[in-house]
Ligand binder design. Sequence first.
Ligand code: GLP
Length: 235
Amino acid sequence: MLLIETRDTEEMSLRAAEQIAALLTLKRDAVLGLATGSTPIGAYAKLAQWHKENALSFRQVKTVNLDEYRGLSPQSPDSYRWFMNHHLFQHVDIDMQNTHVPNGLAEDVREECARYDALIESLHGIDLQLLGIGMNGHIGFNEPASTITLETHCVTLSENTREVNAAYFASKDAMPTEAITMGMRPILQARRVLLVAAANKRGIIEKALFGPVTPEVPASLLQLHKRLTVVLARS
Ligand code: GLP
């Protein structure tokens, strides 16, 4: 594991964006696993800026996002599809057909989960998986549990996650209770994992990286990954 501690969140975003840009320079048709939440916003802004300055192209890049709320349409500003379009995809030269987010409106959720796993497989896996971390150690929406779920699945969001993420919604009641999330298999099989965390996540980062490996702290499973880079802001 490579642990990069940064002075602040500005530098955290820069370091994270540099890792992604370096990969895209070496492999123009990379498959990126992408994340939502407040943590990666600054890194996405840097990537958009470098694209604008003609330093970076996403023309051949393919992306698969970690998760999506159930019941939200792609047009909903609370959906992760909207988040990705708004924070990254609209600002770069990516082919929108090559961007993938689980369909939160799928009627048959099992079929949607199977479709998403088959899609990731058809892309031959993920070159770099970008991750944030939940306050309870969740990655994507792989919530603390007694067992590991490997496949894409529908999850009932934990009380903790609903409380923390309610901040992004008009009220806690407006927040969906379920989500579709990539399972642990494609995350752990990604050729590289880039975990990014602001200073308020220091406690859970320490627990995940230096505590016991357990599905009760889903991010702790990343200790098993060969090429894990963690970017952690000091303030
Ligand atoms: C959500 C997402 C996660 C993300 C987490 C942390 O729950 N499903 O992928 O890592 O939020 O969000 P934030 O970066 O806003 O703290």
